[in-house]
Design a protein around this ligand. Structure first.
Ligand SMILES: Nc1ncnc2c1ncn2[C@@H]1O[C@H](COP(=O)(O)OP(=O)(O)O)[C@@H](O)[C@H]1O
Ligand SMILES: O=P(O)(O)OC[C@H]1O[C@](O)(COP(=O)(O)O)[C@@H](O)[C@@H]1O
Ligand SMILES: [Mg+2]
Length: 329
């Protein structure tokens, strides 16, 4: 093991996620363990295009486990998606003598890594996104921390909504997926949760739950809207029209991406960073590290990207039961 691999590049790409730093540290420390040099590539794929790199030594990655954000910076690189951009990136890999790249990010990052693999660069992806929308992996780095952050914010909102007897409409991130919204909705005992995976019947799914809560004595309400559903302001206006409740919209936004990672994210990121380097060292390429049934495995990137992640239907059923809704099939 490890004969062919002398130097590995590590980058973070797409939306940042708490725990990315722990994954960088773990990849670097695993490299040191194997006698491999570790190079940080800054600013995602732009760093490969522009030769934006720094050698990661033992002390440079020290203390990173508990840090939010990514010390390598992240970016969404349009240039990398052009043939000229990828050629520049491949040339940088050759210039720096990189025998492999560990890319920490989401589905877009994995597509980019696969393009590099097509150009002969060994690559391994590590799922890091607060959206938890990577089909091959039951868990992505950052999700737990983002859920906890959202719940903490919503608990605070509940206090003021209670005092003023208002209806709060809170928009959470998740891109096109509702995993984050559903989990957060369950955790904070929402009155209703709207997610893109399920069609919304406004009267049945929002207004009736509010009425039932009101009839049981409640005078403030919490509606969670996944960003993929559409405008939370439209949702709030429709609630106001139908109920005359005083509504307030809060878009949680990028606060969900910040903060010190939870223990779960630190440990998952550490294990995934370790696995990624071990895979490269054993000669594997074009694969993504995944978690399934609490085990770390790996998938071919193309196969991984062709998989579709369904909603956790059990959680959806529990949520509907909690708000007194008949369960949809
Ligand atoms: N289809 C694609 N082919 C090649 N590279 C891609 C593709 N999609 C995204 N990328 C690269 O990966 C970067 C990150 O992807 P993005 O979708 O923004 O975030 P994430 O990886 O978190 O899903 C993009 O900025 C781009 O450089
Ligand atoms: O940071 P930006 O460019 O505003 O993007 C926001 C998007 O990034 C996310 O926060 C994370 O998505 P990715 O991890 O796939 O990049 C989404 O939830 C959100 O839709
Ligand atoms: Mg994505």
């Amino acid at each position: 093991m490890g004969n062919a691999i002398r130097r590995i590049g590590v980058l973070t790409s797409g939306g940042d996620a708490p725990g990315m730093n722990a994954a960088i540290r773990a990849a670097a420390r695993t490299c040191f363990h194997l006698g491999i040099e570790c190079v940080g590539i800054r600013r995602g794929f732009n760093g490969l295009i522009n030769g934006d790199d720094e050698v990661l030594n033992y002390s440079r990655v020290s203390g990173l486990t508990r840090m939010g954000g990514t010390m390598l910076y992240s970016a969404r690189s349009a240039e990398f998606r052009t043939e000229a951009g990828i050629e520049k990136a491949v040339n940088t890999c050759k210039l720096l003598g990189l025998d492999g790249i560990v890319g920490i990010g989401g589905d877009g990052t994995f597509r980019g890594l696969h393009d590099l693999a097509d150009h002969g660069i060994a690559v391994i992806g590590v799922p890091g996104t607060i959206d938890n929308d990577i089909a091959c992996s039951s868990y992505t780095i950052g999700y737990d921390t983002a859920c906890n952050t959202a719940v903490e914010c919503i608990d605070k909102l509940q206090d003021t909504m209670q005092s003023h007897e208002r209806c709060s409409v809170v928009e959470v991130m998740g891109h096109r997926a509702g995993h984050l919204a559903l989990y957060v909705g369950l955790a904070c005992g929402a009155t209703a949760v709207l997610i893109p995976e399920k069609p919304v019947n406004f009267e049945e799914d929002v207004i009736e739950p509010i009425r039932r809560a009101r009839l049981s004595g409640r005078t403030h309400f919490m509606i969670i809207v996944a960003e993929g559903v559409g405008s939370s302001y439209d949702v709030a206006n429709k609630i106001k029209e139908a109920t005359a409740l005083d509504t307030r919209v809060t878009v949680l936004g990028h606060i969900q991406r910040g903060g010190a990672p939870s223990a779960r994210d630190r440990v998952t990121a550490t294990h995934m960073g370790y696995s990624a380097v071990m895979l490269l060292a054993s000669g594997k390429t074009d694969r993504v590290v995944c978690m399934q049934d609490d085990k770390y495995i790996d998938y071919d990137i193309t196969e991984a990207l062709s998989m579709k992640k369904g909603l956790d239907e059990d959680k959806y059923t529990v949520m509907r039961t909690m708000i007194g809704q008949h369960n949809k099939v």
